[in-house]
Design a binder for this molecule. Structure first.
Ligand code: NAP
Ligand code: GCO
Length: 266
C-alpha cells in the first residue's frame, strides 16, 4: 500500500446536488484529501449559496447550474467542466429527492419524479462521464444509495424503488466498465441529520422528540443520527487508489442499523 493511496491530489471530483447536506460534506472531505471540487445544483441561487459556503471554509469550488435529469443539459455541463476545470476523475451521484406519500395516494407523476431524479439522474450523469474516464484510463463513480436500497417502509415506495434500482445500477456499471479500470461503488447512509430528514426530527408540540426520531435512535446501535460528516471518510476511501480493487460494493454507513434488530421498548 503506497503511503498516499488515500489522497486525491490532482483529481477532479464532481459531486451532484452538493450546495449543502451530504454532498457538501463529501465534497469537503474530498477537498481535504486534495481533490478539486465541482458541484451542480438546480438553480443559480443554490449554486451561489454553495459557492459562498465552500469559500467560507477555504474551498475554491466550481459551481454549475444543471438538472441531472436533463440529458442534453448534462452533456453540455460535462463538456463545460472538462474544458474549464479538467477531466472528471471522480463522480459522486448525490443529488436526490424523497416524497413521503402512502403509495395509494401517490400519483404516477409523483412516483416518476422521484425515479427520474434518484435513478435516471445517476444513469444520465454516469453515461455522460464514463466515455472520458475510459479515455483517461479509469475513474471512480460513487452512487449515494440508502437504507431503502435494502429495506422498505411506509410512504417511501418511489424512493425505495429508486434506491433499490440505484444499488443494481451500481453493480451493473461495475460489471460493464470494470475492465476499463472504472470502479463503481455505492455508499448507503443510515439516517443522517440533513434538511431531507428534518421533518422526521421535528420536536413535538409538547417538546418531546418526534416518534420517528425516537424510533431511529432505538434502531441504531450508535444511538444517534448520523452527521453528514460521517460520510466523508468512506467517500474519500471509495474515491482513492486505496479502493482500486473494490467494485460493485455498497458500503453502508449507518451506525449499525442494518445489523441490529432494535432496542427492546421500555
Ligand atoms: P438534501 O439535503 O435534500 O440535498 C439534496 C440536494 O440535491 C439538494 O441540493 C437538491 O437541490 C439537489 N437536487 C435535487 N434535485 C436535483 C436535480 N434534479 N438536479 C440537481 N440537483 C438536485 O438531501 P441529503 O440529505 O443531503 O441527501 C443527499 C443524498 O443522500 C440523496 O440522494 C439522498 O437520497 C441520500 N440519502 C440521504 C439520507 C439522509 O438521511 N439524509 C440517507 C441516505 C441517503 P434542492 O435543494 O433545490 O432540492
Ligand atoms: C425516510 C428517510 C430515509 C433517509 C435515508 C435512509 O423517510 O425513511 O428520509 O429514506 O433519507 O434514505 O437511508
Amino acid at each position: 500500500m503506497e503511503k498516499n493511496d488515500f489522497r486525491l491530489d490532482g483529481k477532479v471530483a464532481l459531486i451532484t446536488g452538493a450546495s449543502y447536506g451530504i454532498g457538501f460534506a463529501i465534497a469537503k472531505a474530498m477537498a481535504a484529501a486534495g481533490a478539486t471540487i465541482v458541484f451542480n445544483d438546480i438553480n443559480q441561487d443554490l449554486v451561489n449559496k454553495g459557492l459562498a459556503s465552500y469559500k467560507e471554509i477555504g474551498i475554491d469550488a466550481h459551481g454549475y447550474v444543471c438538472d441531472v435529469t436533463n440529458e442534453e443539459a448534462v452533456g453540455e455541463f460535462v463538456k463545460k467542466v472538462t474544458a474549464e476545470v479538467g477531466h472528471i476523475n471522480i463522480l459522486v451521484n448525490n443529488a436526490g429527492i424523497i416524497k413521503r406519500i402512502p403509495m395509494l395516494e401517490m400519483t404516477a407523476a409523483q412516483f416518476r419524479q422521484v425515479i427520474d431524479i434518484d435513478l435516471n439522474g445517476p444513469f444520465i450523469m454516469a453515461k455522460a462521464i464514463i466515455p472520458d474516464m475510459i479515455e483517461q484510463g479509469g475513474g471512480k463513480i460513487i452512487n449515494i444509495c440508502s437504507m431503502m436500497s435494502e429495506l422498505g417502509r411506509e410512504t417511501v415506495s418511489a424512493y425505495a424503488a429508486a434506491k433499490g434500482g440505484l444499488k443494481m445500477l451500481t453493480r451493473n456499471i461495475a460489471s460493464e466498465y470494470g475492465k476499463y479500470n472504472i470502479q463503481c461503488n455505492g455508499i448507503g447512509p443510515g439516517y443522517i441529520a440533513t434538511p431531507q430528514t428534518a421533518p422526521l426530527r421535528e420536536l413535538q408540540p409538547d417538546g418531546s422528540r418526534h416518534p420517528f426520531d425516537q424510533f431511529i435512535i432505538a434502531k441504531t446501535p450508535a444511538e444517534r443520527w448520523g452527521e453528514a460528516e460521517d460520510l466523508g471518510g468512506p467517500a474519500v476511501f471509495l474515491a482513492s487508489h486505496a479502493s482500486d480493487f473494490v467494485n460493485g460494493h455498497i458500503l453502508y454507513v449507518d451506525g449499525g442499523i442494518l445489523a441490529y434488530i432494535g432496542k427492546q421498548p421500555g
